[in-house]
Each structure stands twice: as structure tokens, then as C-alpha cells.
Design a protein around this ligand. Sequence first.
Ligand code: ADP
Ligand code: MG
Length: 569
Amino acid sequence: MNKIAKLPPEIAQKIAAGEVIERPVSVVKELVENALDAGAGEIGVELLAGGKTRILVRDNGSGMSRADAELCFERHATSKIATAEDLLAIATLGFRGEALASIAAVSRLTLKTSEGGAEAAAQIEREGDALLSEKSMAFPRGTSIEVRDLFFNLPARLKFLHGDASELSQIAKYLTNVALAYPRLRLTLSHGPRKILDCPPVDGLRERIYQLHGRALVDSLMLIDFTAEGSRLYGFASRPPAGRPDRVHQYFFVNSRPVRDKVLASALQQAYRGLLEKDRFPEAFLFLSVPPADVDVNVHPAKSEVRFLRSSSVFQLVLRAVDRAKARAGGIKPVAAARPEGADRTDEPVEYIPGEPGDFEGLPFRVEEGPPGAAAAPAADPSGRRVLGQFADAYIVAADPDGIMVIDQHNAHERVLYDRFAEIDRRRSWPVKMSLIPLLFEMSPAQAVSLEANRTALEESGFRAEPMGGRSFALREYPDVFQPEQALAAFLDLLDEIRESKAEEKKSRMLAMMACKAAIKAGQPLPREKMEYLMLELFRTSNPAVCPHGRPIVVRLSKAEIEKGLRRR
Ligand code: ADP
Ligand code: MG
């Protein structure tokens, strides 16, 4: 029996539209990007009901001819790329030729546009897929697009829209990015009678930050400007020890496009390591310019993610740029040096508080006091195992009467923590930390769904998140095995991880993930007593041979093999 039928075009189109247009902010983003691509010096956005009932975007850009105005609603109609090669070096914001088609498919839309010459302006009205009217009129050079009743014909989508305030705040946030990226642009946003943003053109980024955030913030920043290998990082970032308890003021742009990018975020974090007080994050308004061929913006239809061809050189660029800025600013000292004497003591039993990689005092090791001088002679445990040393900052080399073992320190620690976590979980006794400063983050729709579906399991493991409007959430509680920084990353990874696992696997995958996040990493030198402790604990676990992800932990070279290799037999 045949089961496959081709979708009627109007349904296929609505599905495709839903991928591009998710909510009012997506409409605003597409329309504003078109205006920018059209070279507008002035863009005005007017909203009603958070954009749900009306969005109007007008610009003074190039405008469209009548023929183009008719064509622009066709899917894959674009003036921006013509060949597949063009895809490799995209210089405009839009390029898929999908936005107007998608917006028109799910709203009531009026387009007015003029090239400002002798030809009369065109006005086109559409509703869903239907063309309602087309006429000529007088209109200054530029384009105005009004989108009413978004998703009027897609009730399922309508249900997922948030309250007016939440939709509005997403739009305001997006337009703040635009204002930062284009200081010379005149940009306004109003919501009904209320003016939300009113940014006259200014000369540069610094003035723009001042316009948006005020004097105090501007004064706490230092200039970043560094070029290497054809890429440039420009902007402003916190002058240590200034910083914020959250990442609200971290803005990244790649070739003027606002992005959320892990490479940039983690490079920034790394660049400020040791320079800010604990639980503080740098503020950053950073613009990366890379050759268009070095970056793939074609990753996601909404285009807020990019992929770098050489992410390690981007990472290095950020580190060096911040370093250079620090040197230029002068007088910046690591915060660690300012800690009181003795704050770094490592001899206290610290059980479940892992720190950042490379940071010993936080490791979840309990260092038992040995007899004086014990560290000098390698101690053997009752089975005769003893640590010989560490290799490549990643492997513990040990011996027992049967031969030599090479133990992967990360995998071993993962196994130790996994067993410990499993026990805690069985007893439902996770030590929970409350976050005093809310750890704010944004979830993808997929992550939000995963949170809904797995809330109980997550709460049992000590994670509690609260909605803060829109896609924003605050992590209120997390297991005491994490630092705040790690807790957020672990939580988001957990959501992705358990979304696709089967019910019976969920718990173990969660625990494995948490163990992995909390375990020491490769690349970390370990003192002998920590290696001994780790080895001891490893051989007490349920399975010292494989880590919770199924990777081996130990490689052995038996005495027999050694003797054979050396022809002693
Ligand atoms: P894309 O931006 O990917 O090309 P869109 O569907 O967003 O696709 O727009 C289709 C085309 O309509 C654009 O390529 C451009 O030629 C034209 N266009 C859209 N908006 C404007 C505008 N504000 N000013 C001038 N031309 C526009
Ligand atoms: Mg576009």
C-alpha cells in the first residue's frame, strides 16, 4: 500500500515558513536585515502587542522596482546571491530569499516601496498566500513593510507565543544589537505610544554604548583592537577588575552580524581568567572581522550561529587581543594575588567541589595525611599497586607485581565520580547549592521541551530552573559538585543529552554527563598524593576497567610482555 503523498504546496510552504519565522522577533530581524542590506541610514520599527498584531518596519534604503516588488514574495527570490560560489563569501545579511515569502505566508502583509526615481511607488497587499491588491502610489525612496496578525492561519504556532512584554523584550534586545553594530544608523523602536529605543546616529561604538547603557558602563571598559592574519577584533571589554555577575552584557558580532558563539564566549572567559573576582563575568562589545570565506553563516536559518574555518586561531586572536589591551591599559593585576594569605590551602578535605581545570584547591579529592616523608617513597596500596609518575599531564603510570599500567586520569576520575554520584542519587541526597545571583541563560526551544519533559529527574539531581519570560531562564539550584560556571554548562548539556535518550537510560546518562563535567581533565599536572588517591578510589569502584561512557580506563603492559619484548625469556 502506498503511504507517501506529496504535501499540498500551501502546507509545505507553511512548514518551511515556520522554520524561518518563529515569533515576532524573527519577523523584525528579517525585515531589519533587508533594510540594512538595502543600505538604509534610517530604520524605524513600530509594534503593537509585542509585535503579535502589528509590526511595521520602514527604511530609507534603495527600495524596489515594481517588478522586483512583485517578485520578492517568491520563495528563493533574492538579489543577493546568484551562484553557488557566492555562498562561500556572503557579504550581505540575507541570502536565502526565503524571508519575505515566509512572512507573507503566515500573516497579512502590506508592502510599500519606491526607488525614488520617476517610476511610481508600488503598494502590494497580501494575506496568507493570496495577493489581495496591487496599486501605484506616491512614496519616498525606501521600503515599508507592515505585518499584521502574525500566524493568523497557524493557530498551533500562535499558542506558543509569549506575553506582549516577553516578545517585546526579545525585539528590544535584537535591536540593541543592531544599534551597536551600526552606530551611524538612526534607529527607533516604539511599542504603541511608548518609545523604547531612540538612537540618533553617532560616530562610533563607544558613543553608541554610552547612548544605550550610560556613562558608568562606558567608563568601566577598555579598548580592544588587535589584528592578526587578516582578522581583526575590535570593540570594548571590561577593564579588570570590573565585571558583572552575569553575562547579560556580552555582545559578539562576526562581520557585523550578532552571533552567539561558544568559541568567542569561551575565549573571552579564558582571557579574563584570574583577572576578575569569583563569579564575575567580563562585559564585552566585540566585533570580529574575518574574511567572509573563513566563516560559514549558513549553519542555521535564523543565522545567529556561525562556524569558523579555523576556530583555534579565532580563539588565540581573542586571547592576544585582551592581553594587548591589558598591557595598554596598564596596572592590571591578577585578582588571585589579592586573596588573603592561606586562602589557597589545599590540605582541607574538600569532597565535592571541583574547580576549574588547572585549579587544585577545588578538586574533589580528600588528601589523607600520611606519615611525614611518605611522599618521598612511593606508597603501595594493599594490592601492591604504586604510582610511578605522570605522563603527558594526562596519564598516571603505575605498577603492580604483574606489570605496568597506564591510567587515563580523566576517565578514571569520571568512573570514581560516577559511582559516587550514583550512590548519592540512590539516596536522593544531592547536596544542593542555591545560586544567590540568578544564573540567567537562554534555552533553545528544544532545550525548553527537554526541560519540561525531564523536570522531575533534573530536580531529583539537584537542578532547578525557573522561567524568566521568553526563552530566558534562571538556574536557581544546582548540585554542589559544580562551580556556578560549570553548573550552567552542565545543565544545558544535560538537557541536550537526555532529550534523546530512552527513559531507562536517562538516569545513567545524566550521571555520566555530570561525572564527565566534574572530572579533572587531561592536561592537568597532578601531585603524587592526588594520583595515589585517585588510583585507590578507582580500584574500589564497580568497574575500574571502563568509564561510564564505555571507554577503557587502563592500558596494561604485563611483566611477561615486557620480558618478551626484551628477550629475557
Ligand atoms: P533575501 O534577503 O534572503 O534576499 P528576502 O525574502 O528577505 O530574501 O528578500 C527578497 C528580496 O527582496 C531581497 O533580495 C531584496 O532584493 C528585496 N528586498 C527585501 N526587502 C527589501 C528592502 N527593505 N529594501 C530593498 N529591497 C528589499
Ligand atoms: Mg532577507
